[in-house]
Ligand binder design. Sequence first.
Ligand SMILES: Cc1cc2nc3c(=O)[nH]c(=O)nc-3n(C[C@H](O)[C@H](O)[C@H](O)COP(=O)(O)O)c2cc1C
Length: 275
Amino acid sequence: MTPNVPGDLWKKLTSTVGLVSVRHEDTANVMAAEWSYFVNKAPLYAAVVLGPRAASRALLAAAGEFSLTLCSEDQAAVADFAGSFSVADIDKTGSELIRFGEPEATGTPWVRGGVVALECVLRETVRFPAHTLYAGEVVAAHLPEEALRPLVKHGAMHTLGTPVRRTEVVASARWLPAGTLRIAATGPAGDGDGRWRVSLLTADGGTVSLGAHPPSPHGDFLRDLPLPAGLPVERLGGCRVRVERDGAEPGYAAVTGLGARSVARTAPVTHGVPR
Ligand SMILES: Cc1cc2nc3c(=O)[nH]c(=O)nc-3n(C[C@H](O)[C@H](O)[C@H](O)COP(=O)(O)O)c2cc1C
């Protein structure tokens, strides 16, 4: 173990608990794997990371395929059981709580009752010092009739909490060579028209309006704004911007990039939407 790196840091990660099913004899073995992720969108790849204690490693490598069920919040007991014993000790699938679905595209049964179950064909194997990552292409997916809530691992197993309520604008600003100011901001839309109001706050305590602007199609803000004509160069040093939106706390940012003098030299300005 690396000195000064606590051995249980991996518990800081948050993920949906997975149940990995791999063909074994005339049925399948099931183990719990909280290190279960999607690692490619198109084609969709799912990956599981298995440690040296998991007998499933050898079974998976031999089978060349696996199924992955992302657990629902009702499956904590099954996940705990499948993660507490090895197929080397007992056939875990004897439990009446493990119910298999018929595979469609592979020969590997999948565990029912999850948020989704994925049939995967092994495409990549990445060996790390102790663990091995198995990435498989998803060739079939099984969704429940009604959407289920996930079983979340963060140290202990949890149910998902309520969605975060965003309240703040977060902004960033930089000078561009053409004498314009590029502003990026995100923040909640609130009840108003969603427009973004931008102000330049000068080091001498003044406020210069840079207008109110509609959001991008994504709802956020990325725009190059011209500075008002006749703004004296000495007022541009040490500027900040304030970005406001109805219903949200304003966001503030120091203006980075070119020095104020080179900005003034390169004015006049153009106006564009870079996205
Ligand atoms: C909630 C939970 C999550 C787990 N996640 C992983 C994991 O991501 N990778 C891993 O190698 N083992 C993980 N384990 C431990 C394995 O599931 C355990 O070693 C199991 O006995 C392996 O079964 P097998 O030998 O039949 O393959 C987890 C255990 C629990 C209870």
